[in-house]
Design a protein around this ligand. Structure first.
Ligand code: SF4
Length: 457
């Protein structure tokens, strides 16, 4: 590679690509903060950067292919002399380890999920082309890593708050515990410190994440303490909305139900992946809940939390799933009427117990079931959208709508960023991060259209 083409500025420069879920995004923001703190300059484009860092995702095949695609693209640019060195971080690095260097030889350095605190050392090595050690891995820490001093890449007015790392569940299809380790609760004081730091940095909406948020406290305090944490977060000045993602259908007792229902800033929104509803499938997935318990919990949530919007996720095509079991799931989706739902096809993860089960289904059967389930969910979601017409709601402004002049994209309590829908509103002199009362004037599929209420809109 022709060295001349990369800029040798006083402060070494780096570009950063963040892939995967909100938990990985928090890691990216922490690494960005550390690199800038350690004298690196972030540049918007990889062209001319001394180093490009790719924080990868590796939990299912499609995510791995996306990560490998970005890695190969950056290596091609390195070949052309556009980029100095390529560093791969995150879940794909953690999961594949040194094998990734054999699979993709051009990579300069790889760093595991728990090596993120030493990211500057890794970049120093990459720039120095020191190949004696091209990887850095650290064991999963017994104490959750701090996520302070982040250089945030989300819009200023919302941020993800990671309250724990890892997972103690053993869902047979899931490789996440292999990459993220056992469940480690972040102490309440530490979470509150981070929340205050984010509020001082202009955050209005806190989105609470972890692999399994309802398990919060079980390891560190020996009992669930999510309800208490949410009530404490409710006291943080500047925060207006608190949104809960990645709940597991367990440890949702009276105290948490009461907190979700009555705490002012906690939104009537809950993301709770269920994965399936058929008892035999739930057993094969080792979800440790059955249909009756699931239905009982969903009924309680609906009954106790006024205006609750529920998001969930399902897997279709799990090994052994019969047409009848799939149809049971489809009927349940029509009946349960989740406001938001995502559907994944089962991904054959060779280092998971499910990979050793018999009766794996052909890809076309999985894809067909995914489409049929999404169709059923789409009908439910569209009916929900239509039912909002004429109603008023408070929305949080995310920014101008690139497709429609004088329109802004916003989200209501029922919409988490990136995974749910939007509220398109007509108005002027609106600023991202503002809360605006709107009247819903139309439904547009999953999305809503509204008009800002009050003077001057
Ligand atoms: S709860 Fe299950 S699916 Fe979720 S991260 Fe843990 S093991 Fe994976």
């Amino acid at each position: 590679m022709d060295k001349k083409c990369t800029t040798k500025s006083a402060d070494p420069t780096f570009a950063f690509v963040s892939l995967g879920c909100p938990k990985n995004l928090v890691d990216s923001e922490r690494m960005l903060g550390k690199l800038v703190q350690d004298g690196y300059t972030l540049v918007p484009d990889a062209r001319g950067a001394d180093v490009v860092v790719i924080n990868t995702c590796g939990f299912i095949e499609s995510a791995r292919q996306e990560s490998l695609g970005v890695i190969r693209e950056m290596l091609a640019r390195k070949e052309q002399g556009e980029v100095g060195a390529v560093v791969v971080a995150g879940c794909l690095a953690e999961r594949q380890g040194q094998a990734l260097l054999d699979e993709v030889p051009g990579i300069d350095q790889i760093v595991g999920v728990f090596g993120r605190e030493e990211i500057s050392t890794v970049l120093d090595r990459a720039r120095a082309q020191r190949n004696e050690q091209r990887y850095l891995f650290r064991p999963a820490p017994v104490r959750a890593l701090e996520d302070t001093a982040r250089l945030r890449i989300t819009p200023r007015h919302y941020a993800y708050l990671k309250i724990s790392e890892g997972c103690d569940r053993l869902c047979t299809f899931c490789a996440i515990p292999r990459m993220r380790g056992k469940h480690v609760t972040k102490p309440i004081e530490e979470v509150l410190r981070e929340a205050r730091e984010l509020a001082q940095d202009g955050v209005r909406e806190l989105i609470v994440v972890g692999q399994d948020t309802t398990y919060y406290g079980m390891d560190l305090y020996g009992r669930p303490r999510l309800a208490e944490l949410l009530r404490e977060l409710d006291q943080v000045q500047g925060i207006e909305w608190i949104r809960l993602l990645y709940a597991y259908p367990m440890y949702i007792g009276d105290e948490l139900l009461e907190t979700l229902a009555t705490t002012r800033k906690v939104l009537p929104y809950l993301d709770m992946p269920l994965q399936h509803i058929n008892d035999r499938m739930l057993k094969r997935m080792q979800r440790r809940v059955n249909r009756r318990e699931t239905e009982g919990l969903v009924a309680q949530l609906r009954e106790r939390i006024p205006g609750l919007a529920m998001r969930t996720t399902f897997i279709v095509g799990f090994p052994g799933e019969t047409e009848a079991e799939f149809e049971e799931l489809r009927a349940y989706v029509r009946e349960a009427r989740f406001e938001r739902a995502g559907v994944f096809t089962y991904s054959h993860e060779r280092d998971t117990p499910a990979a050793r089960l018999e009766d794996h289904l052909p890809e076309e059967v999985k894809l067909d079931r995914r489409d049929r389930l999404m169709q059923a969910q789409q009908a439910v979601a569209f009916e929900w959208s239509n039912a909002q017409v004429g109603k008023e709601m408070e929305v949080l402004l995310d920014g101008p709508d690139a497709d429609m002049p004088q329109h802004f994209l916003a989200r209501g309590p029922q919409d988490a960023p990136d995974i749910d829908a939007v509220v398109r509103i007509k108005g002027k002199n609106l600023t991202p991060g503002d809360f605006v009362r709107v009247k819903i004037t139309a439904a547009d599929g999953y999305d809503l259209v509204g008009r800002a209420l009050g003077a001057g809109w």
